[in-house]
Design a protein around this ligand. Sequence first.
Ligand code: G4P
Length: 189
Amino acid sequence: MQVLKDKIEAEGVVIQNSLLKVDSFLNHQLDPELMVKLGEEFAHRFKDNKVTKVLTIESSGIAVAIMVGLALKVPVVFERKKKSAVCNDDVYSTTVYSFTKNESNYVTVAKELLTAGENVMIIDDFLANGEAALGLTHIVEQAGAHVAGIGIVIEKSFQPGAEKLQKAGYRVESLVRIKSFSNGQVNYV
Ligand code: G4P
């Protein structure tokens, strides 16, 4: 998606040739006009899939997910992160390990917000190791719902996440795919 590549080019900062800092428009400050465009692009890619709900994980997925929900006219649910497990029969739950942050989060969604038979589109900002996205699929499947596909804003294709998800049978739609970082530059697939 060219508009996103242009934004990354203008404002993204590559850190140690492994991380892309996009705090100025996606992870801390948000660019609302760009968020609308990202939402419309995901909605366009999934327009024939009869999506009934969008699911994301707090916090950075929420801004994009709400724009997808707006474009598809469906509700948006976000997984909540907690540091430790709390016994609660009213929630679906799983544990998500973050390689980048070296921490585990116990994530939950209230059972009343996801129903068997729903067709759920998963949205997240980054795809690196795929743990967050897999955690989202586990929650959808616990509910007896179906994963329509996984929409990612920025895929780091040199990390194993995309392949892991595709091997598990999920459709992955990434708006930009990064092949590598070199000398502070972003190289796309
Ligand atoms: P995963 O997201 O595919 O599971 O991979 P990983 O475990 O490596 O990433 C964990 C966290 O690090 C995620 O944020 C992910 O968005 C973020 N991340 C990974 N690579 C990059 C990168 O190059 N740039 C930025 N800005 N973030 C990256 P999170 O724990 O879900 O936190 P939040 O930001 O959504 O609150």
